[in-house]
Design a protein around this ligand. Structure first.
Ligand code: ZN
Ligand code: ZN
Length: 319
């Protein structure tokens, strides 16, 4: 699974950061999380096709998360998209999107389904499964968990051979759950391997539902609009500090924390924000626009894999 950060800024874009937009890719399927203004061109810089976007997940109806939607949907239509697209958001989302689409003359040549979701809902997006949880942002707000399907467990080949199974198609059938020549899969195949899971908070104050939803996730993408010295502002505006994000990651047992939604007030102190979180939760990155993270099958997270950075390398850089 890959996570591509197309916009990592807070409410106001800065010279370094666009407003929120994150693409999650599994195989050829893409799920877009948030769609701030200006999300389209950055997508074009990567081999991520608009047409492979299976769903768009909106956490709440603030402009920095939805103003890119009408333009993106209209581009898909002008480019002749045929496959349906589902766009999800919390209660009130349908009316907001209808207004945006009407005001911008946006009819589509493909089926656009708009669904309002509440915490506890789940649905499929391409080969991924999406779960919905409660966020707390002073307006209707949810977060999303996106996971790949579980994979078949490890096959004990030697044991299978000793039970009379030959290498080749029979071995593959057994691994895929079929009984072959009286040998049952559970005799030679280990328990299923849990699919990779990524959790995105959207904008939220620190609330227990986030830690609950991200329990055991491979990656928690948590907003960090403020640093700890501005924690009163964070609480007043229903946002989180970098330290609070790290405390949530620690409580949840998530594998890796990625901070996003970075305010332009920290343009010159990015590394201090990262360090604040790293003191609490060492396996942390702070996402910049165009950062690509690869989650390997064993849960290791590589930042910009060409460069082969690790969480600790990123942290060391900042210190
Ligand atoms: Zn925001
Ligand atoms: Zn917001």
């Amino acid at each position: 699974m890959e996570i591509l950060f197309l916009g990592t800024g807070a409410a106001v874009p800065s010279r370094n950061r666009s407003t929120s937009c994150i693409a999650v890719r599994s195989g050829s399927d893409i799920v877009l999380m948030a769609c701030g203004e200006g999300s389209q061109r950055p997508i074009m810089l990567y081999p991520y096709s608009f047409m492979k976007i299976r769903a768009i997940l909106i956490t709440h109806m603030h402009g920095d998360h939805i103003l890119g939607l009408p333009g993106l949907i209209q581009t898909m239509s002008l480019e002749g998209r045929k496959s349906p697209l589902c766009v999800y958001g919390p209660p009130g989302f349908r009316e907001s999107l209808d207004m945006l689409m009407r005001a911008t003359g946006g009819s589509t040549v493909f089926d656009l389904c708009v669904r309002e979701v509440v915490p506890g809902d789940s649905f499929s997006a391409g080969n991924m499964k999406v779960g919905v949880f409660q966020a707390n942002h002073g307006v209707p707000a949810v977060g999303y968990s996106v996971s790949e399907p579980d994979r078949p467990g490890k096959l004990d080949r030697d044991k299978a051979v000793s039970l009379g199974i030959r290498d080749g198609p029979d071995m593959a059938r057994l691994k895929n759950g079929e009984t072959v020549n009286g040998v049952r899969p559970e005799q030679v195949v280990g328990p299923p391997v849990r699919g990779t899971r990524v959790v995105y908070t959207g904008d939220t104050a620190s609330v227990p539902s986030v830690a609950e939803a991200s329990r055991g996730a491979d990656v928690l993408i948590h907003e960090a609009t403020y640093s700890d010295e501005d924690r009163e502002l964070a609480s007043e505006h229903f946002h989180s500090t970098a330290r609070e994000a790290a405390e949530t990651a620690l409580r949840s047992g998530a594998g890796t924390l990625i901070l996003t939604h970075i305010s332009n007030r920290y343009d010159s102190s990015r590394d201090a924000v990262l360090k604040e979180a790293a003191l609490v939760f060492p396996d942390v990155f702070l996402a910049d626009d165009f950062d690509l993270f690869e989650i390997t099958k064993n849960g290791t997270v590589l930042k910009n894999p060409q460069e082969r950075e690790t969480a600790s390398a990123d942290r060391t850089e900042s210190e």
